[in-house]
Design a protein around this ligand. Structure first.
Ligand code: PHE
Ligand code: ZN
Length: 880
């Protein structure tokens, strides 16, 4: 028996990329499934790159090698070597066939990478996760995305225990075997990288639907889950059908196999996985029903189903040359999902949600020690690079390119991209060339965005010359240094803008003798540039960066009155909200001891006017009434005291609540509550969103009444959105009614892990010093386990990443507790431990007492010798 693990990894560099010396034209996999032991036989048909003369080296980790033959001959010990995660075989020829038989142990696999068991030994099922480098935990293979092969997969198992056998590709026969066993075979006609391999085996139920593609191909769509939740898969099946139609209409892309399987599991490290023909989903992003899912969760299910489906073309048919190009598939697919969701729901609300997410997750990442370019230059552990930067900033870069080309131009570019690279592994250069070539535009300057980390600051200053009727706008950019990148270059920044007069009317734009209508895009591609608008009748208020036309921080010295004007009049829904956010920032500052409160008054007055304006959508109003989050406020400070920020933000909201008044808030609450139902239409969702916001504000003003309303709402709620909103208010305020509501929730959802996650999460959000004790008590709940990623995230992740005032205790107890748990989690599931550890990002900017405590906890963690390379890399990087 040979078991071999890799040594601690050294850095892998983009510049070191070499074409594979050996590729695999086709692979036949025979899998004999068992919970304790699974045996995998693989036959690789090898091709040699004639230009290289390296020996055959295959990746393989934790594989027990049972036998190995080359072109039918058993190999002698001297002919191969398996050590340090690599199998090296001598004397392999072009066109040779290498057969290996290995054994793996699914039930012992707690890292959830490779082949593992979901659920219990008695009732659970087997499944695989291969992205990024999980295939090497299943068999020997050149585990890199630029090796594309044809797959034939045969599964064998005991029929009673594993009645359902699935793998990616088209079904190609199935039948009985002796001793109560059976088999099923799958063939995928499309060459694909090994990270898209998947199999599933166990007792699963399904719902199915026939689908006819636009190009006339019949496809069977099947959703699989454990029996008790199969009736919660209908929404996802509908969302899948909508996604498929949308991709046909918007990008002319059709599905390309006879079947499309989607499987839900409660044990999954990420959101979902786009395996060819067999998507596997974290149940959180597939199951939905009104009683246990919130409106936000419904939207998330729709978005993730679409995201994984869209990968079939952006990721699978055209894949990545190497993992440095990860954003080629992820940024592009996030962008496509954002377009889809905007079409299915409200475009401005979707934009607000996405930009908020970017600011909450990506901006802090880009501003601290974990900052990295959308295309990193090097990495140690690729699993640590599935980041907000690669995904969310990556999507913003595609959005800029799409904006530059316009809708038709972008479509032309995408068509050319698919035409050129279908069936191949591509790079970001390939992507930009295709988009540019189809439009005769040189997009190379945008490559700098992929290589440079850090969020650019865009400084804007306008001045009006009444005599010459000229408005001149000076734009300047500056990106602060980031680790490893002391020098920053100017980037091309598209600034979409409009000008308003002081009555809130749009002004026609004249620039360089051209009439441009009321909106235009300026591209700033130097450190500083001046643009002069002519025929401007009066001093304007600029609406800049409309729709968030570039992922930058805008610095513009607006007066509160100017922001209030945009908040009242901007027709760009996103910028209207944005003006409110900027004004809220000024309002926050004006409440400091040195401030005069005038900006706060302007903010409250403007919102009070909108509160009574019947033409504003309820959901947008809810968002307008929400100031930036604590993390965004912290991002603007050089010495962060999370407890103080929490208190000051509460104070700010209290001012708003006071301005609106108890009577108006209660009246609005009752109006909205009168419509209570569980319908999913946009109007009903918007009403629930506003109702929750109104209740939150009321709680700051008249806790007694708010808690009574919340308790009643909890008891009579028709769906999870209202129920959880009510529970949230009670728990956060530690209201008298919280205990009973929590007990009720606990019991009501005893058999529903996804709902129970929310029960843990809501309690982990309790602000301030008391949270830690609550979290420590919840750990002792029988339902708590570090082994389930969703559960660990719900309690520990919420505490450390979504509750700044709870985690950042001045005495450092939160840090020590969390570091301890990270070490424990690391022994079970390194990927999850590493991801949660990013909660320490930003510790350098804490005020001195907390900074010292956080540093001590991190240093103690880093000093441990048993850390995985996943956690080790994050801790080491965060510490520097
Ligand atoms: N590729 C998946 C997605 O974005 C994410 C993922 C990465 C899942 C790694 C599992 C492992 O859709
Ligand atoms: Zn993806």
């Amino acid at each position: 028996m040979t078991l071999a693990n890799p040594p601690a990894a050294s850095a892998i560099r983009l510049d070191d990329y070499r074409r594979p010396a050996w590729t695999v034209a086709s692979i036949e996999l025979d899998v004999d499934l068992g919970i304790d032991r699974t045996e995998i036989t693989s036959r690789l048909h090898l091709r040699r790159d004639p230009a290289q003369s390296l020996p055959l080296r295959l990746d393989g980790e934790n594989l027990e090698l049972l036998s190995i033959t080359l072109d039918g001959r058993a190999l002698a010990d001297a002919d191969y070597r398996y050590a340090d995660g690599v199998l090296e075989v001598a004397a392999v020829q072009d066109n040779s066939t290498l057969e290996t038989r290995v054994r793996v142990r699914p039930a012992e696999n707690t890292a959830l990478e490779g082949l593992y068991l979901s659920g219990s030994r008695e009732t659970g099922f087997l499944l695989t996760q291969c992205e990024a480098e999980g295939f090497r935990h299943i068999t020997f293979f050149p585990d890199r995305p630029d090796v594309l092969s044809r797959y034939t997969v045969t599964l064998r198992a005991e029929r009673a225990r594993f009645p359902v056998l699935l793998a990616g590709g088209n079904p190609d026969g199935a039948g009985e075997l002796p001793d109560g066993r059976h088999w099923a075979r799958f063939v995928d006609p499309h060459p694909r990288p090994c990270y898209l391999f998947a199999l599933v085996a166990g007792r699963l139920e399904s719902i199915r639907r026939d689908y006819l593609t636009a190009d006339g191909h019949n496809v069977l769509l099947v959703m699989w889950s454990e029996a008790n939740v199969i009736d919660r898969c209908h929404y996802a099946l509908d969302a899948l059908e909508r996604s498929m139609r949308w991709d046909e209409r918007s990008y002319g892309r059709n599905y390309d196999l006879d079947v499309f399987h989607v499987v839900a599991t409660h044990d999954f490290n990420m959101g979902a996985m786009e395996n060819k023909g067999l998507n596997i989903f974290n149940a959180k992003y597939l199951l939905a029903d009104p009683d246990s899912s919130t409106d936000e969760e419904y939207r998330a299910v729709e978005a993730v189903v679409a995201h994984e489906y869209f990968h079939n073309w952006t990721g699978n048919r055209v894949t990545c040359r190497d993992w440095f190009q990860l954003s080629l598939k992820e940024g592009l697919t996030v962008f496509r999902e954002q377009q889809f969701s905007a079409d299915m729901n409200s475009a401005p609300l979707k934009r607000i949600e996405d930009v908020s997410l970017l600011r909450r997750t990506q901006f802090p990442e880009d501003a601290g020690p974990l900052a990295h370019p959308v295309r990193p230059a090097e990495y140690r552990e690729i699993n640590n690079f599935y980041t907000a930067t690669v995904y969310e900033k990556g999507s913003e870069l595609v959005r800029m390119l799409a904006g530059r080309l316009g809708q038709d131009g972008f479509r032309r570019g995408m068509d050319l991209y698919f035409e050129r690279h279908d069936g191949h592994a591509a790079t970001l250069e390939d992507f930009l060339s295709a988009l540019g070539d189809a439009n005769q535009i040189d997009l190379k300057p945008y490559l700098a965005w992929y290589a440079q980390s850090g969020t650019p600051r865009l400084h804007a200053k306008g001045s009006y010359n009444a005599e010459r009727r000229e408005y001149s706008l000076t734009l300047a950019q500056l990106t602060r240094t980031t680790p490893g990148q002391p020098e920053k270059l100017p980037l091309p920044i598209p600034v979409k803008l409009a000008l308003f007069d002081r009555h809130g009317h749009l002004l026609p734009l004249h620039l360089d003798g051209q009439a441009l209508g009321s909106e235009t895009v300026l591209v700033l591609d130097k450190a500083e540039q001046r643009f002069v608008f002519h025929n401007v009748p009066s001093s304007p208020v600029p609406s800049l960066l409309r729709g968030f036309s570039a992922p930058v921080v805008l610095e513009c010295d607006y007066t509160p009155a100017e922001l209030a004007l945009l908040l009242a009049h901007d027709v760009d829904g996103f910028n209207r909200w944005e003006a409110g956010q900027q004004l809220a920032m000024l309002a926050f500052d004006s409440l400091q001891p040195t401030g005069d409160g005038s900006a706060c008054k302007a903010w409250c007055d403007a919102l009070a006017a909108l509160f009574d304006n019947p033409s504003i959508d309820d959901a947008l109003l809810a968002d307008l009434l929400t100031p930036p989050g604590e993390i965004e406020f912290a991002d603007r400070q050089s010495e962060v005291d999370p407890a103080q920020i929490h208190a000051q933000r509460q104070h700010l909201q209290q001012q708003l609540a006071q301005r609106l008044g108890v009577t108006a808030l209660i009246a609005r609450y009752h109006t909205l509550a009168a419509h209570a139902g569980q319908q999913l239409d946009a109007v009903s969702q918007a009403q629930r969103r506003l109702k929750r916001r109104v209740l939150d504000l009321l709680a700051l003003l008249d806790a007694h009444q708010a808690h009574a309303l919340a308790a009643r709402q909890y008891a009579s709620a028709h769906g999870m959105t209202d129920r959880l909103a009510a529970l949230g208010v009670l728990v956060r305020d530690q209201a008298a009614q919280a205990t009973a509501a929590l007990a009720d929730f606990r019991q009501r959802y005893a058999d529903n892990p996804l709902a129970l996650d929310k029960w843990f999460g809501e309690q982990a959000k309790l602000p301030g010093e008391p949270t830690l004790a609550v979290v420590m008590r919840l750990e002792n709940e029988p339902a708590f386990t570090l082994k389930n990623p969703n559960r660990a995230r719900a309690l520990l992740g919420t505490f450390a990443s979504a509750n700044p005032s709870g985690f950042h205790r001045a005495d450092g107890a939160g840090y020590r507790f969390f570091a301890e748990r990270l070490a424990q989690l690391d022994a079970i599931n390194p990927q999850i431990a590493a991801r949660l550890a990013t909660a320490f990002n930003g510790w350098q900017r804490l005020e001195p007492v907390r900074r010292e405590a956080a540093h001590a906890a991190l240093a103690a963690l880093a000093a441990r010798e048993d850390l995985s390379r996943n956690l080790n890399e994050i801790v080491a990087n965060v510490l520097q």
